[in-house]
Design a protein around this ligand. Structure first.
Ligand code: NAG
Ligand code: NAG
Ligand code: NAG
Length: 160
């Protein structure tokens, strides 16, 4: 239930294009890659990967081997990341990285105000400054919540 509402929210996104020339770092997709796996290995947040690569669909099911992804643009490149583990909360993740929760939300604007939609394996920007690329006008990007995503919190209803 919650997941489907998140996906619906995200599907209503506008497409933004990012100039390939502005990429400071790139990654070439290999067979078997998944978005959050790329994010975790390359130190790029789930949000940033989605914003900079609007051709990736909401479920991240359309990656093609050989496709070149943009990982970071000048001035807006968060390369300090953390992979969400079971039972994490936004406050705890922020505290562990010595940042204010408001900065965590600023750099990961796909998180809802209660942190209810943070999922295991999501890659968060935990940089000490505001470095996330800006939100596309009016909407969230197609972040790549996998269909198998599990909520980090155990005390909320999920897919019931
Ligand atoms: C990602 O960050 C970690 C910790 O700072 C670092 O050890 C690793 O080399 C980085 N990986 C890449 C691909 O930049
Ligand atoms: C992260 O980005 C900063 C600022 O762009 C850069 O100085 C630093 O070398 C980067 N670190 C890694 C591990 O890529
Ligand atoms: C998460 O919290 C639940 C309930 O408190 C607990 O049963 C479970 O062992 C915890 N999982 C991890 C990985 O810590």
């Amino acid at each position: 239930m919650l997941l489907s509402s998140i996906v619906a929210l995200i599907f209503s996104s506008a497409v933004v294009s990012v100039s390939a020339q502005s990429c400071m770092r790139t990654y070439t997709v290999e067979s078997g890659d998944v978005c959050d796996g790329i994010s975790a290995a390359q130190n790029v947040s789930t949000y940033q990967l989605a914003v900079l690569n609007p051709s990736i669909n909401a479920g991240c099911t359309n990656l093609m081997p050989g496709q070149v992804l943009c990982l970071g643009t000048p001035g807006d490149d968060c390369n300090t990341t953390y992979v969400v583990e079971p039972n994490d909360t936004c406050d705890e993740v922020a505290a562990a990285h010595k940042i204010d929760p408001s900065l965590l939300y600023h750099n990961n604007p796909q998180l809802d105000a209660k942190c209810d939609n943070m999922y295991i394996g999501e890659v968060l920007c935990v940089a000490p400054t505001g470095v996330a690329p800006p939100l596309p006008t009016g909407s969230l990007p197609a972040t790549t919540i996998p269909t198998t995503a599990l909520p980090a919190k155990t005390d909320i209803p999920w897919c019931n």
